[in-house]
Design a protein around this ligand. Structure first.
Ligand code: AKB
Length: 325
């Protein structure tokens, strides 16, 4: 039996970067859909969540280590690869050489391995960081001026073009989304500029106060994790002839400022207060879009988000409170 995603019941799926914010949730979701034993979680470090290690196969992998990647390709012969390992924007600015190497050479290692081992599909996340200060900030189109000024954004833009090149040159079915800031309750992000929108929920519950590293009126595009998982899997399951973008799709769900997320939280925690002390991440945020136009994704594979700011806040706080009790 062949599914629309090209994955049959005996195929395996490799998730590289399975211990990251998205990797954890995507691995859980893929294991639910395909069966735990078929989804190989791989990361450079052991997972803190025992479930990730114990419920299915887990392999240590530094994606820059080509021989180790080859060995895993030979062992598992994955039909799909989700390659998520990367340094995010703020961390890559502090360590530009590593940011470039991991984000770029890691991707090229995976694309080469996918061609060599005839992998049916590769997923690789891009980001709104591909846009820059000269990009139209509101309703940023799919195709527009792109002049990223962060190492992360430069590596993501180059990565997008490499994905397109591997598709054209080798017919590799590689698919990608330009994620906005992702917000979820199952894991903490690390090293991103949009991370405040996760941390604020934790601090609101723990301390009733939050000091934000962005200014109160900094609007950024954001997405709740269930929507991010849905977008990723909808894209991967869409018939190949519907995929008209082989670099990376714009996807959008909501846009808000720190003041607005604080007000949303106050509906549940009236004594919550926020203060602002912007740091170097403000400059990164100011170079990114405030909102995204995702008409192409809606047209090609019927993308439709389910969560707005208040609905996300209700769900986030309910789950975090449950975890505390
Ligand atoms: C970051 O802030 O670096 C990431 C992103 C928008 O790609 N969350």
């Amino acid at each position: 039996m062949q599914t629309t995603s090209g994955v049959t019941p005996s195929d395996t799926v490799l998730v590289i970067g399975a211990c990251g914010q998205l990797g954890i949730e995507l691995t859980y979701e893929l294991r639910q859909r395909y069966g735990a034993s078929r989804v190989i979680a791989a990361d450079v470090r052991l997972p803190q969540q025992a479930e990730l290690r114990d419920a299915g196969p887990f392999e240590l992998l530094d994606v820059l280590d080509r021989p180790r990647l080859e060995a895993l390709m030979q062992q598992y012969r994955p039909r799909q690869i989700y390659h998520l390992a990367a340094l995010l924007s703020a961390t890559a600015e502090k360590n530009p050489q590593l940011g470039w190497r991991l984000n770029m050479d890691g991707l090229l290692n995976v694309l080469d391995a996918a061609v060599a081992y005839q992998v049916a599909q590769v997923y690789w996340p891009s980001s709104i960081a591909v846009f820059g200060p000269a990009t139209p900030r509101h309703q940023t189109p799919q195709l527009t001026v792109m002049n990223p000024n962060t190492v992360y954004g430069i590596s993501k833009l180059a990565g997008e073009q490499w994905c397109e090149w591997y598709h054209q040159k080798y017919g590799l079915d590689v698919r990608s989304l330009r994620y906005p800031g992702l917000i979820g309750y199952k894991s903490l992000p690390g090293g991103g500029t949009t991370d405040y929108a996760v941390d604020i929920y934790h601090q609101a519950l723990a301390n009733r106060t939050y000091e934000c590293f962005l200014k109160e009126d900094t609007y950024l595009p954001m997405m709740y994790m269930p929507d991010a998982l849905k977008a990723t899997l909808d894209l991967m399951h869409a018939p190949a002839d519907q995929i008209t973008v082989r670099s990376s799709y714009n996807v959008s769900a909501m846009s808000f400022s720190p003041a607005e997320i604080a007000a949303s939280i106050k509906r549940h925690i009236p004594d919550f207060s926020i203060t602002y002390k912007s740091d170097s991440r403000q400059q990164i945020a100011d170079s990114w879009p405030a909102s995204i136009n995702d008409a192409q994704a809606r047209q090609d594979w019927q993308w439709q988000p389910s969560y707005d700011l208040h609905k996300m806040t209700d769900d986030m706080l309910a789950h975090l409170q449950l975890a505390q009790s």
